[in-house]
Ligand binder design. Structure first.
Ligand code: ZN
Ligand code: MN
Length: 510
């Protein structure tokens, strides 16, 4: 198989081709136990410590469905505007791979639990695109191959490989879109926004951790191209090209970039008279490229058949309606409601969304801070710290309640802006609440006029020329004295009060 070295420029590719994409998102559910056994599901445990005969597929072990997983799948299906099947079945999807101890995956095939839905996806400029959902079905996750000894952690160059079955049997919902076409130059943006919206929805439902970097939300992206019809030719008569499926695209940015890459790659192939191979491909974050995986199986290759060890899932109408009543406000509606009540500009809101700060700001406001001050801290000092440390905002040591308390100290004049930043430093270093840091570090503003006047006298004595200028009525010269007092008090004076005292001393007005 020949891989083109040159990619076609995406803009040029879009002049000649219309891209079409489809996305499969695997959402790992956050149930306490696995899909068909009682093993725990915690992330990061020692390898192969969360396994049992059922999830290892030992002979004679019998699976039992996790009711909580069914509930989560139904709620997700409802939130995706799907119909919920009154009766759906599990099926065995047979294939051999080391991470699959049973040699089959329990999934759903011809009878998914949820089908025929849609998701409205809002782009950055406010445009709403409706993405049709073909189905959302339940299945179990596979284990994880760990390749040891290579530089990249991939199988190429590894000395040996190990298998960790802890993840095997964790419940997943796989959401499959219908083909999305006609998005032109916004194709990659729509795909990214779709995955982000699914993530936000699953998070709002509370059914998943949705951490893409930990693999609890994974996207596989199909892409194909259709040549643009020549003048007078019917566009619908032009067939859609073969598609590639890029697996495990593990960040929103990677969704966008892998699509752009595939558009450029397929366009170059087609324009050179070649053909696109129907295959899976792997996305490489380091090189921003995809490389071929295996040629794509057709469904019949999996020899699906109904899982004989499990009863069909038949949720009652009453239960489905009860679950419908538990659906949260949609992420888009919530964003609009919060923006309105906070008075943020579109840009401020977008920044907060992109920084995953909405919940933090909401909690900070609930703890008593104004929306503007909550934004100032989370999108300013705290965002810088998170960025420098390479962590998420939510993982910082400062809580919304502490940020609100800190702002309260500023508002009451107990600390000024400069001191507040030092207080925050202490909070982030784990020294306690803002009040505790102020007490321990002695950071309170010096509000005792006697102490300030003493410091002013000292500063005037040290700069007699400045003192003379102020005496002559040069009000601006007072700045030098204020600066000296702030320095002498290590920033703990109220600068406005110092200035007032200096001017009063010389019988001047500000
Ligand atoms: Zn188990
Ligand atoms: Mn799947």
């Amino acid at each position: 198989m020949s891989e083109p070295v040159e990619l076609m420029d995406v803009d040029q590719a879009l002049e000649q081709f219309d891209p079409a994409f489809g996305i499969e998102v695997h959402v790992e559910l956050n149930t306490k136990t696995k899909m068909f056994c009682g093993c725990p599901t915690e992330f990061g445990a020692e390898p192969n410590t969360q396994v049992c005969p059922v999830c290892l597929g030992l002979p004679g072990a019998l699976p039992v469905v996790n009711a909580k997983a069914i509930e989560s799948a139904i709620r997700l299906g409802l939130a995706l505007n799907c119909s919920i099947a009154p009766r759906s079945r599990f099926a065995r999807k047979n294939y051999f791979y080391p991470d699959l101890a049973k040699d089959y995956q329990i999934s759903q095939y011809d009878e998914p639990i949820a089908f025929d839905g849609y998701l409205d996806v809002e782009l950055d400029d406010g445009t709403v695109v409706r993405v049709a959902i073909e189905r959302a079905h339940m299945e179990e996750d596979a284990g994880k191959n760990v390749h040891v000894g290579g530089a990249t952690g991939r199988i190429q160059g590894a000395e040996y490989s190990l298998v960790d079955y802890n993840r095997g049997g964790i419940p997943l919902v796989e959401i499959v879109t219908r083909t999305v076409e006609g998005m032109g130059e916004r194709t990659a943006e729509v795909a990214r926004a779709y995955v982000a919206t699914v993530r936000d929805l699953a998070k709002a439902l509370g059914i998943s951790d949705v951490r893409m970097e930990e693999g609890s939300l994974r996207a596989d992206v199909n892409l194909s191209l259709r040549a643009k019809a020549a003048d007078g030719e019917d566009q619908h008569a032009v067939p859609l090209g073969k598609r590639s499926e890029t697996k495990n695209v593990n960040s929103l940015r990677a969704v966008e970039r892998s699509i752009r890459h595939e558009i450029g790659r397929q366009a170059a192939l087609l324009a050179a008279g070649g053909a696109v191979t129907q295959e899976t491909r792997h996305w490489h974050e380091d090189t921003s490229m995809t490389t071929p995986g295996r040629s794509k199986e057709e469904a019949e290759d999996y020899r699906y058949f109904p899982e004989p060890d499990l009863l069909p899932v038949a949720p009652s109408k009453e239960w489905i309606e009860e679950l419908r009543g538990t659906l949260p406000e949609s992420p888009a509606l919530r964003r609009h409601r919060l923006q309105e009540s906070w008075g943020y500009t579109d840009l401020e809101m977008r920044d907060a969304v992109n920084a995953d700060a909405l919940e933090l700001i909401e909690a900070t406001v609930a703890a008593g801070a104004s929306a503007a001050s909550a934004r100032k801290w989370w999108m300013g000092e705290l965002a810088r710290t998170a960025n420098n440390d390479g962590v998420e905002l939510a993982d910082l040591a400062a809580t919304p309640a502490q940020v609100a308390e800190l702002q309260g100290l500023v508002d009451s004049g107990r600390v000024n802006d400069q001191l507040a930043r030092q207080v925050l430093e202490g909070v982030l270093a784990g020294e306690g609440s803002p009040g505790e840091v102020v007490a321990a570090r002695g950071l309170e503003v010096v509000s005792d006029d006697g102490a300030l006047l003493a410091a002013i006298d000292e500063a005037l004595a040290a700069q007699p020329d400045v003192a003379a200028k102020i005496r002559d009525g040069k009000v601006q010269a007072a700045g030098a004295i204020v600066g000296a007092v702030m320095k002498a008090t290590r920033g703990q004076a109220d600068a406005a009060r110092v200035r007032e005292l200096v001017l009063t001393k010389f019988g001047l007005e500000g």
